[in-house]
Ligand binder design. Structure first.
Ligand code: NAI
Length: 319
């Protein structure tokens, strides 16, 4: 039928695919005829230990159903090359990269050690960077690539006890947004998903009746769509859970414009702060260099608050 998602023969790397969300992605891709690299180092939620079992079990499951998959046990941080090598040796290239591997080292900021902070950044952000960097030349050369970054509501909104995790997750959003711009002319699309799903990551922090509604099966369809040849968005962020699929975007308030002279004071900000935070005439910026829209927005503000000198000097600076 019209609009069918075609994934047959796409080579897909899924990091951390030995359990939880990654496992479900692997099964879903394989059921559509994709060739899957099931990467997982098989460690604990906190990132310690290794085992080949996690990846092997998923690969067996796929093969039993007649699908195509190969296991890889490398650490995304210390041996990302091994993961890409597995894909190229088994299937010739990489078309889709799902950066999904993750660990948690939660602690209130007061108690968070530098090691806890950097370890979490390493797996989520640096691991995704390293794999993307290795796949990028293949994507450019074949003029096709799909990248999914796994961000989190904790990254988008913040969450108590997760400064390391939120920082890493928000870093992945920036990575996707910029890769989308740099990859556009090579048909490389990069998007970020913020899922909520039942896995060992959430099992101990959410009640069973809620978890029941949050099966990983309810997240996978979006990941498959974003990986498909016909996917028409890039640089986007989606929240996905319990069968709900929703885009998240940036919103800039109408804003407050102060005159360049005597009114450009912190007191003026104080007295007009409600204007700074008033989203009635909001804009939805999608790029850095649309300063023109920022200046247009400034021009639209009431004459009283408008400082023309300020506008032209800002423009001079940006240009
Ligand atoms: P999970 O713990 O079941 O899956 C993560 C997998 O990554 C594990 O199998 C683990 O062995 C593997 N892994 C960890 N470090 C690795 C490394 N250095 N190299 C290779 N593999 C490694 O948890 P879940 O929930 O399936 O998480 C998947 C992704 O989704 C993570 O990035 C997580 O942060 C993210 N996420 C999950 C949410 C949820 O509600 N479950 C919420 C928001 C984000």
């Amino acid at each position: 039928f019209m609009g069918e998602i075609e994934l047959k023969d796409l080579v897909v790397i899924i990091t951390g695919a030995g359990g939880g969300l990654g496992r479900q992605y692997a099964l879903s891709f394989a059921s559509r005829g994709a060739k899957v690299v099931v990467n997982d180092l098989g460690g604990t939620l906190g990132g310690s230990g290794t085992s080949t079992k996690a990846a092997d079990v998923v690969v067996d499951e796929i093969r039993k159903d007649g699908g195509t998959a190969v296991a890889n046990y490398d650490n995304v941080v210390t041996n990302p090359d091994g993961i890409v090598r597995t894909a190229v040796e088994a299937f010739g290239t990489v078309h889709v990269l799902i950066n999904n591997a993750g660990i948690l080292k939660d602690a209130a900021f007061k108690n968070m050690t530098e090691k806890q902070f950097l370890d979490v950044l390493d797996v989520h952000l640096n691991g995704a960077f390293k794999l993307t960097k290795l796949c990028w030349p293949l994507f450019r050369q074949q003029k096709f690539g799909r990248i999914i970054m796994t961000t989190s509501p904790a990254g988008l909104y913040g969450n108590f006890g997760q400064t390391n995790y939120s920082a890493a997750k928000m870093g992945l959003v920036g990575l996707a947004e910029t890769l989308a711009k740099e990859g556009a002319k090579y048909n490389i699309k990069a998007n970020a998903i913020a899922p909520l799903a039942k896995s060992r990551m959430t099992e101990t922090v959410m009640p069973p009746d809620v978890l029941k509604k949050l099966l990983p099966e309810k997240v996978a369809p979006l990941v498959l769509y974003l990986s498909s040849r016909g996917c028409n968005c890039s640089g986007c962020i989606f929240e996905v859970a319990a069968g709900l699929f929703a885009q998240i975007r940036w919103e800039r308030s109408g804003g407050l414009l102060l005159k360049p002279d005597e009114s450009l004071t912190p007191e003026a900000i104080l007295s007009k702060f409600s204007q700074v935070t008033d989203f009635t005439n909001a804009q939805y910026p999608t790029q850095l260099n649309d300063y023109n829209s920022l200046l247009e927005q400034a021009k639209k503000l009431p004459p009283n608050d408008q400082g023309s000198t300020r506008i032209s000097s800002l423009k001079d600076k940006v240009v």
